[in-house]
Write a new protein. Structure first.
Length: 317
């Protein structure tokens, strides 16, 4: 049973996936993909569930999500992020939830599951790898299949076929990579390499259209967000930062923690000044850290806005 109330967009996704099995769920981080997939598993009354993800999520995220959002018996949830622990799976149970990463599930070949949740599906996008081939073997006979990711395509158009063929064995986009390429791609006459392919015009749109009946997309997400108000908060440099910044601008060199930093180009100086403002100077092999005023400024903001919700996020320059 799911004990966490679902938000409207999560209910919409669950209702869609109950009518469209198998299904791909592509939603941005924080939108509740794990909760949605657990709600689908609960509604389908799945008893033998395989959850695959990368090692970090398999070890740290999924068990927490299950215990936070469901009342499932903890004895039925088996977390197997290491190869040695795979040998101790109680696979004879009628109800079992196996959580493992993509490097070790080859130990499950021959085991039967009635639902598969493939988190971070881009990890199994390449049909040529052993992990992809092993997973296809494990999924034989699995009736309910669901893949999760923030975005469907990472680098190549072929990445889409690798993920979708694990859902429907190639029914939507072609039964093989060759057929996929013939439908959506064309030989690249300018690459100089034999067997090089490039997408046809509107190829991505056509793939999306052909897979639309089994996909819940970000455009299906309807979340009413409040009006955004932006305020720029300037963080002054510390005396140490200011001293190093002045040296960089005047001499294009400085000494940090006994390490000499010499720069030859104005563009490189700008990059180092940005790093200096952030408090982390990146070298070729190591990092040098420097205290900043960011934490004191943030602390003041929190104290001044005690009755407001504050979201803290990191943005790279």
């Amino acid at each position: 049973m799911i004990i966490t109330p679902l938000m409207p967009h999560q209910n919409d996704a669950v209702n869609y996936m109950m009518k469209h099995n198998p299904c791909a769920l592509f939603l941005p981080p924080g939108s509740g993909k794990s909760l949605i997939s657990l709600a689908v598993a609960d509604k389908m009354k799945a008893k033998r569930i395989l959850i695959t993800s990368d090692k970090n999520n398999a070890m740290n995220t999924w068990s927490g999500e299950i215990f936070k959002h469901t009342d499932w018996d903890g004895d039925d949830v088996c977390i197997r992020p290491t190869e040695s622990s795979m040998a101790y799976l109680p696979l004879s149970r009628d109800r079992i939830v196996v959580i493992t990463n993509y490097d070790y599930f080859h130990h499950l070949i021959g085991c039967k599951f009635d639902m598969w949740i493939g988190d971070e599906s881009s990890c199994i996008k390449d049909q040529r790898t052993d992990r992809h081939k092993n997973l296809r073997s494990i999924l034989t006979g699995c009736k309910s299949r669901l893949i999760l990711n923030g975005t469907p395509m990472t680098e190549r158009l072929e990445d889409l076929w690798g993920q979708y063929c694990l859902l429907d064995d190639g029914l939507a986009l072609g039964s093989s990579m060759t057929k996929f390429r013939q439908r959506y791609m064309q030989p690249d006459p300018y690459s100089g390499k034999w067997g090089a392919w490039i997408p046809k015009r509107s190829a991505y749109t056509n793939v999306m259209k052909d897979a639309d009946h089994m996909t819940w997309w970000p455009q299906d997400l309807d979340i009413k967000m409040p009006v955004s108000n932006y305020t720029v908060v300037h963080v002054p440099m510390t005396e140490e930062q200011r001293e190093h910044d002045d040296k960089l601008r005047e001499e294009m060199s400085m000494v940090v923690n006994s390490q000499q930093v010499d720069l030859n180009h104005a563009v490189v100086v700008l990059g180092k000044r940005l790093q200096l403002c952030g408090g982390v100077l990146r070298g070729t092999d190591d990092y040098e850290f420097m205290s900043t005023n960011k934490i004191p400024v943030l602390t003041k903001l929190i104290h001044k806005n005690r009755k407001k919700r504050i979201v803290i996020y990191r943005k790279s320059v």
